[in-house]
Design a binder for this molecule. Structure first.
Ligand code: GRF
Length: 199
């Protein structure tokens, strides 16, 4: 049941959705924070099946409209307070950032500021980390601004890169870190930003 005091979060995701699944599970019975909407730009994305199974409303978006309006009216009609990106690749337009200042976060599968920027997603990130012979990689949770992977860093966690790691084995370690930390960090940030709502 939704109540007017709920703090409503939208998850933007367009991939398999393993992070979204963990986030939905973590907040399922949360007293204040509700995952109220899944926003997706691919009609065949696995994350839509997850949303449907969990009976969370979804919004399938189109690039030209996104760039122009940021879907702000739709997000407002769902009463969204906070936006979490979890495998969403489109750049966030200025109009959306202006409506949700400091209230949009992303997770990146490497230790920013290294291995970020346009085109740095999925296996390309892990491949680049291995080619650079890094001794560790990890995850970065950061605020979203108008430049890819550029906003203020909120949280990082690292894992070792072993000599026999492949992009796939590294991806697995990174996913484990993401699933462990992202829901907890979302909770902390949302509570900090909106904890007094309705009091
Ligand atoms: C994650 O690795 C995240 O860091 C990146 O996109 C990936 C999404 O994976 N931004 P999933 O769809 O949640 O499994």
């Amino acid at each position: 049941m939704n109540s007017p005091q709920d703090i409503k979060v939208a998850v933007f995701a367009s991939g398999a959705g393993s992070n979204t699944q963990k986030i939905l599970h973590y907040f399922k019975n949360h007293s204040r924070i509700k995952i109220a909407l899944i926003v997706c730009n691919r009609s065949k994305a696995g994350v839509l099946d997850i949303a449907n199974k969990e009976t969370i409303p979804t919004l399938l978006i189109e690039k030209s409209v996104f760039e122009e309006t940021g879907y702000v009216p739709e997000l407002q009609s769902f009463g969204i307070h906070f936006i979490v990106l979890a495998g969403f690749l489109w750049k966030i337009p200025p109009v959306l950032i202006q409506h949700y200042p400091e209230n949009i976060i992303n997770i990146h599968p490497a230790l920013l500021p290294s291995f970020g920027g346009k085109g740095m997603y999925g296996m390309a990130v892990h491949q680049a980390v291995l080619e650079a012979k890094e001794k560790e990689s990890g995850i970065t949770i950061h605020f979203v601004d108008e430049i890819y992977d550029n906003g203020k860093i909120i949280f990082q966690a690292a894992c070792p890169v072993e000599l026999d790691d492949t992009p796939e084995s590294l991806a697995q370690k990174i996913h484990h870190l993401e699933h462990t930390h992202y829901p907890v960090e979302i909770e902390k940030l949302v509570e900090k930003a909106f904890g007094s709502l309705g009091e």
